[in-house]
Ligand binder design. Structure first.
Ligand SMILES: [Zn+2]
Length: 270
């Protein structure tokens, strides 16, 4: 099956428009004005980069997808599992200052078509959600902590319980992030992965000995989503690893913490 992400513009990979429902994608590190170590399209306000450069970079990405930055909504992310519904009064929040973003939220969704939802990443897993029956779109930030706290299934539960979205109508796309090839973790992380799964489940990691493991966070999120009823054929995962492709993406792990941030974004088309 073809990869769900293709390079649409120097500044971003877009999600293939299978259902013609959403504009969604993931930014590259190219086409911006930031200097080392944020060269060049750093889009995160919570790193030590020049704010004016970041806002210019955001403006360029917003324009590349045919939007204005004041339609975008950002979150103040904390590696937890809190989900926030976004409406008209939220437009522009977090676009110019980190602290005006949706505080303490790692998942955003909306039912309105002129709002762009955005979260920042540099190896953590971007998860995009939409339905082929209900006008609704969302995005979550799932590093290992958010993943084991169940942020992805919480998005589905919220949609099913509060928005009457049929679970079988939900489509999920997992975006560029650090993959099994590059993601070594220790026993402390694996213990929590095991807690998030049941004993009979397949383990989404391999042991390297000496209490070190290679973890497949994308597969773990897929397993957790399937457990609450998302159809396997509705879950697509990109093959793009941020750490393997450091010429294209920022990677917190590969660049030892001194790097920029990319944005995952999603917007309803109609
Ligand atoms: Zn890799």
């Amino acid at each position: 099956m073809a990869d769900p992400f293709t390079l649409e513009h120097r500044t971003y990979y877009g999600i293939e428009k299978t259902l013609d429902k959403v504009t969604a994608g993931f930014s590259t590190r190219h086409g911006g004005v930031s200097q080392e170590p944020f060269r060049s399209l750093n889009l995160g306000l919570h790193v030590n980069d020049d704010v004016e450069n970041i806002i210019e970079n955001r403006r360029r990405l917003a324009e590349a997808i045919g939007t204005q930055l004041n339609q975008w909504v950002f979150a103040h992310q904390v590696h937890d599992n809190q989900i926030q519904k976004v409406g008209q009064n939220d437009k522009g929040k977090g676009s110019n200052s980190y602290n005006s973003g949706m505080i303490g939220k790692d998942g955003l969704y909306t039912k309105e078509n002129d709002i762009v939802l955005a979260l920042a990443y540099a190896d953590c897993v971007p998860i995009y959600f939409f339905s082929n029956e209900v006008q609704i779109a969302g995005i979550a930030h799932a590093g290992w902590k958010g993943t084991v706290k169940g942020i992805a299934p919480r998005m589905i539960e919220t949609w099913v319980n509060e928005e009457n979205v049929p679970v079988e109508s939900v489509h999920v796309v997992v975006g560029p992030s650090i993959h099994h090839c590059c993601y070594e973790v220790d026993q402390r992380v694996i213990s929590q992965v095991d807690d998030a799964l049941e004993r009979v489940d397949d383990r989404p990691y391999t042991s390297k000995g000496d209490y070190k493991y290679q973890l497949n966070l994308q597969q773990l999120n897929k397993q957790l989503l399937m457990k609450i009823g998302v159809l396997e054929e509705n879950i697509r995962i990109t093959s793009l690893c941020t750490s393997c492709n450091v010429n294209e993406f920022f990677s917190h792990r590969k660049e030892k913490g001194s790097t920029g941030r990319m944005l995952g974004f999603i917007k309803l088309d109609h």
